[in-house]
Design a protein around this ligand. Structure first.
Ligand SMILES: Nc1ncnc2c1ncn2[C@@H]1O[C@H](COP(=O)(O)OP(=O)(O)OP(=O)(O)O)[C@@H](O)[C@H]1O
Ligand SMILES: [Mg+2]
Length: 156
């Protein structure tokens, strides 16, 4: 894509945790094996909240345990549609450690990644990128890019 072409993006206001969870459920309904979801935003933006709601929707289990992978760096899930891996790369030492964590195998299924800046050259080019910006109170401003024709279907 030439430098002066801005990729299509979708901006959504998420006034509550429930709104973020509903967006995550819409993404889960559209996701398929091989997809990558890159979750950006500062500490406490709601990346893990989005990932938890995504995995619960994909599992069809609203009570599914989704611990934060901040210390383990990755958590694996067997879902009806295949495997999913939830990464939190905040403490990643570098791309070599990511390969040791099983990144290549994980890419066969769905990967959800917090702190995706750490992926460096392993960043999937066709990923859905979600950026969450905290606003007043529970408000989050979401900017979504990627996913081609599926992007518009993430609207409420
Ligand atoms: N609109 C919203 N969307 C998402 N989370 C929200 C929203 N409003 C309030 N919250 C709260 O904000 C917090 C977000 O925490 P979460 O652990 O998901 O952040 P995070 O981006 O994963 O942070 P970290 O970088 O530390 O992993 C939760 O306590 C959640 O309930
Ligand atoms: Mg988190």
């Amino acid at each position: 894509m030439p430098d002066d072409v801005v990729p299509p993006s979708l901006m959504l206001s998420l006034p509550s945790l429930e709104a973020t969870e509903a967006l995550a459920a819409r993404a889960a309904a559209l996701a398929r094996p091989g997809d990558a979801l890159l979750l950006e935003g500062p500490l406490g933006a709601g990346k893990s909240a989005f990932a938890r709601a995504f995995l619960r929707a994909a599992a069809g289990d609203p009570a599914l345990e989704v611990p934060s992978p901040s210390f383990t760096l990755v958590q694996a899930y067997e879902l009806p549609g295949g495997t999913a891996h939830h990464f939190d790369l905040y403490r990643l030492s570098g791309p070599d450690e990511l390969v040791e964590l099983g990144w290549d195998e994980a890419r066969d299924g769905i990967v959800i990644v917090e702190w995706p800046q750490r992926l460096e050259h392993l960043t999937p080019p066709d990923a859905l990128c979600l950026r969450l910006e905290p606003g007043e109170g529970d408000l989050r401003q979401a900017t979504l890019t990627g996913w081609g024709d599926r992007l518009a279907r993430l609207r409420p």
